[in-house]
Design a protein around this ligand. Structure first.
Ligand code: ADP
Ligand code: MG
Length: 291
């Protein structure tokens, strides 16, 4: 029997997680996708900053001034985040959680936080305040009240894992999308690849690769005529105020997701630098800076 297309959507990590697969029958598609969603749920329980009992949040509680051992997957994501922070001089930085919380508060109240509160949150942010030990697979934080935030990297990683789980169930023709992050496996039968419609118009073809889009155009709060996006510029401590949309094509989701967030902060020159650092990666600034 030929392959049929099946599509599922469930909410994970605060977005619609969409899985499209080609399988011989519905039962196999359902079984494989259920396993993929279960894996994404496990990752969410590890990495969510919204859930008080996530592994990430207990780490923030426990790791100030002492080493705390973490699960291999969480360690890997923190490690990748820390590497990118060093490469981008902190433009991408998973320790910006305190600043992200201020942004969420501002979105709620419609007001910017006062200088002193901002200064305090900035003092609790910065990748140099997080130490990682590979041999111990452990994390140590240097400042009280630090909040880690994997919102710019975890969805791409979750898509990678979903594809891996599907493959273990013998499904190779698949696509996973979580918000702006897409990971594609083998092509649909008889096709060149997965056709992805782009928000700015046009389309692109994807197979065995990842595509992430990130920027200031969708999630923002407007205060006194200024738009502050949900991506923090760690230099100011505030959300990006320029209009920018960055897109990254990479071999895997964790790379595409994190580099797209970094490129949104860094803009055109940073995009070039990221391409030099990560071989085979394409970084495209769809909408450049300016106000
Ligand atoms: P989206 O969440 O819309 O897919 P991104 O992948 O760009 O977009 O991630 C944005 C999220 O990343 C924010 O909601 C926040 O949780 C986190 N974040 C914000 N600023 C930074 C930053 N400078 N470096 C790393 N992560 C960030
Ligand atoms: Mg991202």
């Amino acid at each position: 029997m030929g392959l049929q297309r099946f599509e599922f959507t469930q909410v994970r990590m605060g977005v619609d997680a969409r899985i499209i697969v080609y399988a011989h029958d519905e039962e196999r598609a359902v079984r494989a996708c259920r396993a993929a969603y279960t894996r994404i749920s496990e990752l969410e329980q590890m990495m969510s900053d919204y859930r008080a009992d996530s592994e990430l949040n207990s780490l923030c509680q426990q790791a100030v001034g002492r080493w705390v051992r973490v699960s291999p997957k969480l360690f890997y994501v923190l490690w990748r985040g820390q590497k990118l922070a060093q490469q981008t001089d902190g433009a991408f930085d998973v320790t910006v959680g305190a600043l992200v919380r201020l942004w969420r508060e501002a979105r709620h109240t419609g007001k910017l936080t006062d200088e002193a509160t901002l200064r305090s949150a900035k003092a609790r942010s910065g990748y140099r305040l997080m130490e990682l030990s590979l041999p111990r697979r452990a994390v140590r934080l240097k400042a009280e009240g630090m909040q880690l935030d994997l919102g710019g990297i975890a969805k791409g990683y979750a898509c990678d894992w979903a594809l891996r789980v599907l493959r273990r169930h013998d499904i190779t023709r698949a696509l996973i999308q979580m918000g702006g992050d897409i990971v594609a496996g083998n092509t649909p039968p008889g096709e060149q690849g997965w056709r992805i419609e782009l928000t700015e118009g046009g389309a692109t073809i994807l197979s065995n690769a990842a595509l992430s889009t990130s920027g200031s155009t969708e999630q923002y709060v407007e205060i006194d005529g200024v738009r502050y996006a949900h991506i923090i510029d760690p230099r100011t401590g505030l959300g990006l105020t320029n209009l920018v949309l960055a897109r990254v094509r990479a071999r895997d989701g964790i790379t595409a997701d994190s580099l797209a967030t970094a490129a949104a902060v860094l803009g055109e020159t940073g995009a070039k630098k990221l391409e030099r650092l990560y071989r085979g990666v394409q970084v495209h600034i769809v909408k450049p800076g300016g106000s």
